[in-house]
Write a protein that binds this ligand. Sequence first.
Ligand code: PHE
Length: 366
Amino acid sequence: MSGPNKNYDPVEVAALDPAVIEQDLTAALAAIAAASSLEELKSVRIAHAGERSPLALANREIGALPPSAKAEAGKRVGQARAAVTQALKGRQAQLEVERDERILVEEALDLTAVPGRRPLGRRHPVPLTAERMADVMVGMGWEIAEGPGVEAEWFNFDALNFDTDHPARQMQDTFFVDPADAGLVLRTHTSPVQARSLLERGAPLYVAVPGKTFRTDELDATHTPVFHQMEGLAVDEGLTMAHLKGTLDRLAYGLFGEGITSRLRPAYFPFTEPSAEMDLVCFVCRGEPAATPCRTCGGTGWIEWGGCGMVNHNVLRATGIDPERYQGFAFGMGVERSVMFRNGVADMRELIEGDVRFNAQFGMEI
Ligand code: PHE
């Protein structure tokens, strides 16, 4: 700041020269207009309206002017500073509006957008189908029963009227549990639960038994050493083979829908008499004769579903039921076969490989 001076002419104080003030103002207004963000405007404000800005410095010079010159210089600087303040205010408001608009666009949330979910897992079609079979049975008023996978040889064979030398007991079919004299096997079918249910619940009795079963089969397109069965056992007064056939047809309808016919073929099981094997019409050729025999059913038009029959009196007797009063029918079918049939799966191995893409295809029902 220059010292007090009575004869001072503002024109001679460089900072107060009207042309210089005009220049300062123009520079300030240009910088304000050019500020493209609130941050930039902040530095422009410091440079052109701050304590050390040219106009603020010019303002300080006014004190050094002679009183006669003060008013005019003060007015000129004051007007310039007011114009700068005004411009800053205007630009500030403008930039704030622009910022708010930008935030609205940039930070917009689409509340209707579908979130990118991780793919859901799927259940395996084997337990799913077993559940569906159980549902059909429960729908007819039957109860569900279960038994152990590691089973007493007595329940798996003896109670079911298997002779001690029946071939099914031999090593080639049955997994025996160590030690050999423990009398334990991995159950080869769900039929031991017939005997268990009769002993536990007595007659009359309607039970469906889904469960895991084991046989010493090699894994191939139609066999697996671990598989599943659905067993049914009804014991009541006056039951006949017609009730058995009607029950099987209802189950086939519940699982496969309209038009899937079944047939019974004479067979032998130690625990049923008479016994039958039940077949379903082939899901590939539907029993229609073709020039080249169907690979799935071997050209017979039928696929084996399981075994069935009227409960052998020896089984009723072994479990304390009077065969003179009660008759029973029983059936057992493969769950894997049912899945293959229902979903057109040609190779059993697909069911146990655990490829998630397979489950995604068949393991979901709505
Ligand atoms: N348990 C027999 C099997 O595994 C099937 C069956 C069940 C047969 C009930 C008759 C009655 O082959």
